[in-house]
Structure formats: structure tokens, C-alpha cells
Design a protein. Structure first.
Length: 153
């Protein structure tokens, strides 16, 4: 987008009676004019300049957004989107893990849940269930061994 040169310049000049306002421009015959204008006209021209600048910036933002391609959006994403195959494989893997955990004997499943989901230690699980820590450790070891066997088929 080519930068447009200002067609007029607004300026102020302090005087003993107050402030004077001027608009300077060059007409179509290349004659320079410096015209005194009222305060109201000066304010309206300043408002117009701001409005024009804001519209130009809005246009620049709009053009940038409309030129974004799907590839550019993916590059800008905080987390790149997963492809369908990865999502399906992950879902199948989670289902397989869930089924393997559900197939464990009740004490192993419960202790595995306490350890890996609740974050309890073997000693805390033993205290909770009223058994020895070594019994919990053996149960967790057997649960992990069973899960690995079922998941690695």
C-alpha cells in the first residue's frame, strides 16, 4: 500500500489575543496557500485526520488478517493441531490401557489407582488399607507386570 502524502498541514500560532489557527496547502496550480481558519474548523480538521488514520490502520489490520493462510495460522498456533491418525491412535491406546487396568484383580487395581492417580506412597496405601508396606509393594509390582504383559501382547 503506497503511503499517501499529506495534502494539507495544520498549525497553530500563539498571539497576544490568543491562539491563531492555520491550514497550509498547495492547490492544483502548485500555488502555496496559508489560510487562517477558526478554532472550530481547526478542531474538525484534526478530528478528520485522526479518523482517516484510524481507518487506514483498520484497513491494514484487515488486509493482514485476510491474507493469513491455513499454513500461516498453524505456524502461529501455540500448540500445533494433531492429525486425525494421531488422535485415533491415541484414543485406541487409552482404551486399551483402560481395559488392561480394569482387568487387574481388585486389590492390584485399587492400589495401582491410589499410587498412580492419587499419588499416594506405598506406606500411605498400606496404612489406608491396614496391611504391610511390602504387601502393597508386591501388589503394585504384580499390577505393573500384568499391565505390561497385556499391553505388549
Amino acid at each position: 500500500m503506497a503511503e499517501q502524502k499529506a495534502t494539507y498541514i495544520l498549525r497553530t500560532e500563539p498571539t497576544a489575543q490568543g491562539m491563531k489557527y492555520y491550514a497550509s496547502f498547495t492547490d492544483g496550480q502548485a500555488v502555496f496557500h496559508d489560510v487562517e481558519i477558526s478554532h472550530e474548523v481547526f478542531q474538525e480538521m484534526q478530528r478528520f485526520i485522526k479518523q482517516e488514520r484510524n481507518l487506514k490502520r483498520w484497513g491494514e489490520r484487515h488486509i493482514e488478517q485476510s491474507q493469513l493462510s491455513e499454513i500461516t495460522l498453524h505456524k502461529r498456533a501455540l500448540r500445533p493441531p494433531e492429525n486425525v491418525e494421531d488422535i485415533v491412535l491415541e484414543t485406541l491406546r487409552k482404551t486399551e490401557i483402560k481395559q488392561a487396568i480394569e482387568s487387574l484383580p481388585e486389590p492390584q487395581r485399587r492400589r495401582f489407582f491410589y499410587c498412580h492417580h492419587k499419588g499416594l506412597t506405598e506406606a500411605e496405601i498400606a496404612k489406608l488399607e491396614g496391611c504391610s508396606q511390602s504387601a502393597v509393594a508386591q501388589s503394585l509390582k504384580a499390577a505393573r507386570k500384568n499391565l505390561l504383559k497385556k499391553l505388549n501382547k
